[in-house]
Structures are given as structure tokens and as C-alpha cells.
Design a protein around this ligand. Sequence first.
Ligand code: FES
Ligand code: FES
Length: 133
Amino acid sequence: MAYSEKLLDHYDNPRNIGSFDKNDGGVGTGLVGAPACGDVMKLQIKVGADGRIADAKFKTFGCGSAIASSSLATEWVKGKTLEEAEKIKNTEIAQHLSLPPVKIHCSVLAEDAIKAAIKDFRTKQGSKDKAAE
Ligand code: FES
Ligand code: FES
């Protein structure tokens, strides 16, 4: 099976590996697992005062396609608003990396991780607003 150059590039040189402090108020953390294979992906976003995603990091315990998908996802969310980042589709990730059909679920993991990170950030914002009242 031939993997695309873009996929191998993200696999060989993953962007934005690492973690933020998940207790930081500006950070949203998404942790998702793929039932199909047991792989796990953690994706974090750091939201700036302007409401845009200033930075993103990931850690993926999984296959090369999952690593490449999460690496690409961290690049794509940067500079976006939460609403824009939410619209990133796994099909766009799969298409960009030319993932083979058996690896499509790896890109689903990345879409789910972005959504989970945004949800976590919003939940934290909500509780902060309440605390401030
Ligand atoms: Fe083994 Fe994904 S199934 S790494
Ligand atoms: Fe399961 Fe890639 S995430 S094989």
C-alpha cells in the first residue's frame, strides 16, 4: 500500500507534539479513543483573548495515520475561531492525507478530538463565568 507524501511528512515530522497544562483556563483538552483499534488521541487548544485558537498540541498513541491526522488537525485549527474549527471534517483530513479506506477512522479520531477540546474549553468558560457572578 502506498502512503501519500503528505501523510509520510506529517508522520516523520509531526507538528505540535506536546501538552498544555489542562488546568489553564484558556486551554481545552479533548481525549478520544477509537473503538475499532484502541488507539488514543489527545488534542489541546489554547484560545487567545480574541477568541481565536492561538496554539494547539497533541499526543497520539496510535498508528501513523492517526499521528498524521492529529498533526494536521493542530495545524488547521490554529488561527481559527471555535466555530470555524468545529467545521473541520474528517473527510477533509482524510482527503488531504490521501488516507486509504481502512484508515478513515483515524481521521475521525482527529475530528472528534478537535470537537472534544472545544467542548472542554466551553465548559470551563461556563464554569468560570458562574464563579465570577
Ligand atoms: Fe494498532 Fe491503530 S490499530 S496502531
Ligand atoms: Fe486506529 Fe489508526 S487510529 S488504526
